[in-house]
Design a protein around this ligand. Structure first.
Ligand SMILES: [Zn+2]
Length: 341
């Protein structure tokens, strides 16, 4: 088997006060990512997220200056140098793409979805998301044409403050640079290793393996394949999307994007059903690498307890080890129900 879903089962023994102080065992798994070999801890705890007070977050955000609202956008946001984007800002439908004033990369954009300050998660449909993604793809294509040194691309999204967004006004962050992030570098190393050892891409073998295994796969939408991650990155299980035909974001077609947005809107509907009102999304890409394929990850984000604690703590922050309270296999059926419609 060229793609292995390796896990080590373990358990914690303790005298449980909720079971009359009798000896009890809490099982958990240490799982190994089939591409990178990185580990994550997966528990099966009776966790249920509580619905956050979204109206309160939106109210607070309206009391703070928002540079992306129509009254401020023209005056308070930067423009691209004319040699990169002659028109200064990219406009596609309702979306406006500007340079990121807090850049993470050599080329860093911000694609503002629309003039609406708050785009409720319930309204994140392919229609409301399309313009910002199209603008981001257009920006990355223009960057690739004008800067031959750029080799790595991503489109990223922090939706709502709980996912790290400092501005509620919905926006994507397309990036392009010369050095991959840790996550993309590890993907690339694993992909090249797999191609060298098996003479097939990891990604086609991975899709076959997940389809055969049947415990996590959600299915295909046109040119995209969807599955829950074997080693989730987040506190609750996350979802991966693979574009098996696409080596680079620069060549993404309208059909690719439509399939992605269709799947994404279903995933977000499932998150809503689970009282999750925040998420991180990244689409990873190289400029061109025969071993690699464009792929995305959508991670639910939440404040686990009423005290408002972060779902990222020492394991993820310092140990670089994911910690997940529900196995993806245990929640897949609910996600599949949202995915079918
Ligand atoms: Zn705004």
């Amino acid at each position: 088997m060229s793609v292995e879903f390796k896990k080590i089962r373990s358990q914690v023994r303790l005298m449980n006060p909720f079971k009359g102080h009798a000896l009890d065992e809490i099982p958990f798994e240490i799982r190994f990512d089939p591409l990178t070999g990185e580990t994550g801890r997966v528990f099966d705890l009776p966790f249920k997220a509580e619905k956050p007070n979204v109206a309160d977050i939106v109210d607070r955000s309206k009391k703070i200056f928002c540079p992306f609202c129509p009254a401020a956008l023209e005056k308070s946001t930067p423009e691209f140098p004319k040699d990169l984007i002659p028109e200064g800002r990219i406009k596609v439908g309702d979306a406006t793409l500007i340079p990121n004033l807090a850049p993470f990369e050599k080329h860093a954009g911000v694609a503002i979805f629309s003039q609406e300050h708050f785009l409720p998660m319930e309204n994140l449909t392919p229609e409301t998301m399309r313009d910002a993604f199209s603008a981001s793809l257009l920006y990355l294509k223009r960057v690739a044409q004008s800067d031959p040194l750029v080799r790595f691309f991503s489109i990223n999204w922090n939706y709502m403050p709980c996912a790290g967004s400092s501005i509620v006004h919905a926006h994507l962050q397309p990036n392009a640079g010369e050095v991959p992030t840790n996550a993309l570098r590890k993907q690339l190393e694993g992909s090249r290793r797999h191609l060298l050892n098996h003479h097939r891409t990891f990604w086609e073998d991975f899709i076959d393996a997940e389809m055969q295994n049947g415990e996590r796969a959600l299915g295909k939408i046109g040119s995209t394949f969807w599955t829950m991650s074997f080693v989730p990155a987040s506190f609750l299980p996350d979802v991966q999307c693979i574009f098996p035909e696409r080596r680079t974001l620069i060549e993404m077609s309208e059909e690719n994007l439509e399939c992605f947005l269709k799947g994404l809107s279903k995933i977000l509907k499932y998150f809503l059903d689970e009282n999750v009102y925040s998420f991180n999304l990244s689409i990873f890409s190289t400029k061109e690498d025969e071993s690699h394929r464009v792929n995305a990850r959508v991670c639910p984000r939440l404040l686990p307890r009423p005290i408002g604690n972060s779902d990222i703590a020492y394991p993820q922050m310092i140990h670089k080890e994911s910690f997940t309270v529900r196995p993806p296999e245990a929640v897949r059926e609910n996600l599949l129900n949202a995915f079918r419609f």
